[in-house]
Design a protein around this ligand. Structure first.
Ligand code: ASP
Length: 344
């Protein structure tokens, strides 16, 4: 694409607070034309902005992997027609969806920018307008060579653009709702939008854009906590229909050192389950060589999640398990940086 050509953006509306209004029994989504009425600023963009509305529109608490597949297929279908995609999505599960899409969209050469808001776009103090307008600006931005400035799945929220698979929702009420604790923002918006080119990832020139829609969702999440019972640990770590367990550990990846717990971990790993260690801490990473309690997990066959978020880890497992039947292969790839989701 030559840099003189104008951008074309597809706005994909899936639901969420940004497009909700009071119904008398809580907030419910309204249709897209009303968003456009509420944000006349969109008419000031000099390029084409088309929209696609999902049916049904949802509160993102109801999001399911089927919707991620629909999103991936839609982006694939429209890939050549647009220079960037903006996905309007509820904030509650935005970090899960953005993480999932980051793995499902392979060799992405165009921006896929998720955004939403804490207040409906029609309310006076809404954060939705700024988020939407800036997300469109980011999705249409190109560098001096005419390439997309941010060919990644990212979240734009409250003046920051963060990598989708590094994001986590940290505040239920503040406009400053998302963090990317282990990865600097891809861009920050003030008077200008400053792009952090050293962090942004670019696709390889050789491979074409492709999507992966086989997701295996047989994952459980076990958060270790003081007082966790043997029965609870057994039910999750040895449960039927579970192929992988994310163990949310303390600090640098530590869990209970009591023999009953280590025995269950060993039995689970020996039985073929994929066990992934992710820290409960917001920032920092898992290092199972530091403490005896971590070492015991490593020796039992637990894989380090490094500085993965739980959202990123879940999405990575869904994707890898969908792609590979061999659990050893999945374990190997879990420790590899595939889409910028871990730091090493
Ligand atoms: N419950 C809403 C949703 O995630 C919250 C939001 O959009 O901010 O769809």
């Amino acid at each position: 694409m030559k840099k003189t050509e104008k951008s074309a953006i597809l706005l994909i509306y899936t639901g969420g607070t940004i497009g909700m209004k009071e119904s008398g029994h809580g907030l419910v989504p309204f249709d897209f034309s009303q968003i456009l009425d509420e944000v006349p600023e969109l008419q000031k963009f000099t390029f084409k902005i088309d929209s696609h509305t999902f049916d049904p529109l949802i509160d993102s608490s109801d999001v399911e992997p089927g919707m991620w597949k629909d999103l991936a297929r839609l982006i694939k279908e429209k890939y050549e027609d647009y220079d960037g995609f903006v996905v309007l999505h509820g904030t509650d599960t935005m970090a899960y969806s953005a993480s999932a899409l980051s793995f499902m969209l392979d060799n992405l050469g165009k921006p896929v920018i998720f955004t939403g808001s804490q207040l409906p776009v029609g309310s006076l103090r809404t954060d939705g307008k700024e988020n939407l307008v800036s997300a469109i600006e980011v999705a249409s931005a190109r560098d001096a060579r005419g390439r997309a400035m941010v060919p990644e799945v990212a979240i734009y929220f409250n003046s920051q653009l963060i990598r989708g698979n590094r994001a986590t929702k940290v505040n239920a009420t503040s406009f400053d709702a998302f963090r990317s604790p282990n990865c600097p923002p891809l861009a920050e918006a003030g008077i200008n939008i400053r792009y952090n080119k050293a962090v942004i990832r670019y696709p390889s020139q050789e491979a074409p854009f492709a999507i992966h829609t086989a997701l295996d969702t047989r994952v459980a999440i076990l958060k270790v906590h003081p007082g966790i019972t043997e029965q609870v640990a057994r039910n999750v770590l040895l449960g039927d229909g579970i192929r992988a367990v994310i163990i949310e550990t303390y600090g640098s990846g530590n869990a209970i050192s009591k023999p009953w717990f280590t025995d269950i971990i060993r039995e689970s790993a020996a039985g073929g389950k994929i066990l992934l260690n992710i820290t409960q801490c917001l920032a920092g990473d898992v290092n199972m060589n530091l403490y005896a309690t971590g070492k015991a997990l490593k020796e039992a066959g637990v894989v380090s999640g490094g500085d993965l978020t739980t959202e990123g880890g879940l999405a990575k497992l869904f994707y890898l398990m969908g792609e590979y039947a061999d659990n050893e292969k999945v374990k190997q790839l879990l420790e590899r940086n595939l889409k910028g989701e871990i730091s090493k």
